[in-house]
Design a protein. Structure first.
Length: 218
């Protein structure tokens, strides 16, 4: 019996370790963005009248009006893209107008892990070759280049059945950008990684004929 214990002990310990690793891997599997249809036209709007906010070395830029349009090309996927259009953006407490040109760049929202019951993911900024997002302020232009895996994004399910929708609550830190000084920037032509970008919008899904169907995370 003693010899059996000496042999079985390491085997049992190894089996327990393997099961724990397997369970950890299973729990770390990314959740999915799901839809009732194989193809969804996604439209989003700012939720609860909240402005999208950028923070740079220059200062803050607030955008109270935004539209989000994109596609989900499968009934289940781990990512989707939306194009964003801003209007009414300002800085210095609303005193100075700001223009934001996306130049074909889009937000790619990605799934991640369920943490504390929350669906947490990340966002990529994807652009056509040679393009960047341009934030134009009087005497200062800020460019945001393509970048991957910027966190944190929280996805929340809203509604039921064919009225199900998703909210995207993003509070991104370590955003990369460059300020091109024309007299008002804090820095000049130096890649900086301390940018912040926050927003909160509600997204619904429709088929090619404009009929709403449910979209959710799971």
């Amino acid at each position: 019996m003693i010899r059996k214990s000496k042999v079985l002990g390491p085997i049992l310990a190894a089996a327990v370790a393997i099961s724990l690793i397997s369970a950890s891997a299973a729990s770390a599997a990314p959740f999915k963005f799901k839809a009732e249809k194989a193809f969804s036209v996604l439209t989003g709007k700012q939720h609860a009248m909240l402005s999208d906010i950028f923070n740079f070395d220059y200062g803050s830029v607030s955008c109270p009006e935004a539209t989000y349009v994109g596609e989900q090309k499968a009934a289940e996927t781990t990512e989707f893209e939306v194009a964003v259009t801003y209007s009414g953006c300002t800085t210095l407490g609303g005193l100075v107008k700001v223009t934001i040109d996306f130049n074909g760049c889009k937000h790619r929202f990605k799934s991640g892990e369920i943490e504390g019951g929350k669906y947490e993911g990340s966002m990529d900024i994807v652009c056509p070759t040679g393009k960047v997002i341009a934030v134009t302020i009087p005497m200062c232009t800020i460019t945001i280049p393509p970048q991957n895996g910027v966190k944190e994004v929280t996805y929340i399910n809203v509604g039921a059945k064919d009225k199900r929708e998703r909210t995207m609550d993003f509070a991104l830190s370590s955003l990369k950008y460059e300020e091109h000084d024309e007299g008002a920037c804090a820095t000049d032509t130096e890649l900086t990684e301390n940018g912040e970008y926050a927003g909160f919008f509600l997204t619904s899904g429709e088929d090619a004929f404009g009929k709403q169907h449910g979209i959710w995370v799971e």
